[in-house]
Design a protein around this ligand. Structure first.
Ligand code: GLA
Length: 388
């Protein structure tokens, strides 16, 4: 991989003098969906697939970017002497540019240019956080090159800040945190209310994590993501007329049921119900995994999908077809949509001996019903960003 990337860097930028190679993973969330902006818990893990970056410093104030995933776009240039602003013409480079901007906003001005080449083996728009991967990777490169005193957790926060303020998506902290803090063979049990976290080994004896990619294209910006977030905020404000709480994540199921009538619309009640119940499911799921009770973990994943489908309404025919078909395949321990939803992919725990049959059955039904093919990836849990 390294040779291939350096050869391409040479082709694009003329030579490889001073070039260094970096990697940041993608992530998959096992459970705890749409809880991270509701002060709840999430349980994602970093993957061994992600984004590779070759970079070197320049003597001037020009940054040049090239992606092997968007070769037709060629080299895209960012001039550090004028203020950085989101710009459609920058295309995917809005993500690294947003990070450079965010460092500046936090008092860490980047005043020296770079040549950068990226290659990602996360399917684009799949919901495995290719954009957060690029953000954390860029932050890691800046920290390494310019000696900024930031931790990996800071890189996650800077990534979220740039996504919110530069790229206009009001996302929570989960994706950037899972990527920046990833640990091989472990999922991260993160309390988004205070960013306290622990690692939990993902021991799936005799089973693997299978990602089914719907190939329905979507971007977070044009999805209903921000709308869901606003609905939850409104429901919280309604509950706060009586309850002394800071977030929906503070409520148990019982407390929610006793007070839900404070929420003035049936739709907002369902949105808030999902946030509360999904948080509680995440706590139970982590306990189950720690107790080696994979069957219970799988059932909680299935219940998570039902709630995302019926109460939160972020699934759609593509994700529902993948998940509902998976539920009926022998050897499937659990299956649910993962990430923001509205497209993207699903995560399933599948027994080793059932994986081939799973791909065949789910793939066939999906193609018949949706009219185009799904892709399947058996993934492994990997580490956070690194120079390689
Ligand atoms: C996207 C966001 C995350 C999180 C998930 C839903 O991936 O970037 O912050 O809200 O959706 O759980």
């Amino acid at each position: 991989m390294k040779e291939k990337l350096l050869a391409k860097f040479q082709e694009v930028y003329g030579d490889t003098e001073g070039a260094r190679v970096f990697f940041a993973p993608g992530r998959v969330n096992l459970i705890g969906e749409h809880t991270d902006y509701n002060g709840g818990h999430v349980f994602p893990c970093a993957l061994t697939i992600g984004t590779y970056g070759v970079a070197r410093k320049r003597e001037d104030q020009t940054c040049r970017f090239y992606s092997m995933n968007f070769e037709k776009l060629g080299v895209i240039t960012v001039d550090l002497t004028s203020p950085l602003k989101p710009d459609e013409k920058l295309n995917w480079v809005n993500y690294p540019a947003g990070i450079i901007w965010a460092f500046g906003e936090k008092g860490m001005k980047v005043s020296q240019g770079m040549d950068v080449l990226l290659f990602g083996n996360i399917p684009n728009g799949s919901g495995l956080s290719s954009s957060a991967s690029v953000e954390v990777l860029t932050g890691y490169i800046l920290k390494t090159f310019f000696g900024f005193n930031v931790t990996n957790q800071d890189l996650a926060l800077i990534g979220q800040f740039s996504e919110n303020k530069f790229n206009g998506v009001n996302c929570g902290i989960m994706d950037q945190f899972a990527i920046a803090m990833g640990k091989k063979d472990n999922a991260i049990f993160l309390d988004t209310a205070d960013l306290s976290y622990t690692y939990a080994p993902v021991k799936l004896e005799g089973a693997k994590i299978v990602i089914s990619c719907s190939n329905k294209k979507r971007g977070l910006g044009d999805s209903k993501y921000n709308e869901r977030r606003a609905e939850c905020e409104e429901a919280l404000a309604e509950l706060q007329t009586k309850l002394d709480i800071k977030s929906l994540g503070e409520l148990t199921e019982e407390e929610f049921e006793a007070n839900k009538s404070l929420i003035g619309s049936e739709v907002r009640q369902r949105r808030a119900k999902h946030a509360v119940y999904e948080n509680q499911r995440t706590l139970k799921a982590v306990d189950a995994l720690k107790a080696n009770d994979i069957a219970t973990f799988g059932k909680l994943m299935n219940a998570s999908h039902v709630s995302l489908r019926d109460d939160y309404e972020v699934t759609g025919i593509e994700l529902d077809t993948l998940v509902e078909t998976a539920w009926n395949v022998e050897g499937v321990i659990g299956s649910r949509m993962t990430g923001a939803g509205f497209g993207g992919c699903t995560v399933s725990l599948v027994k080793d001996e059932a994986i081939e049959n799973f791909k065949e059955q789910v793939g066939k039904t999906y193609l018949e019903k949706i009219g185009y093919a799904a892709d399947f990836y058996v993934v492994e849990v990997g580490d956070g960003p690194a120079e390689i």
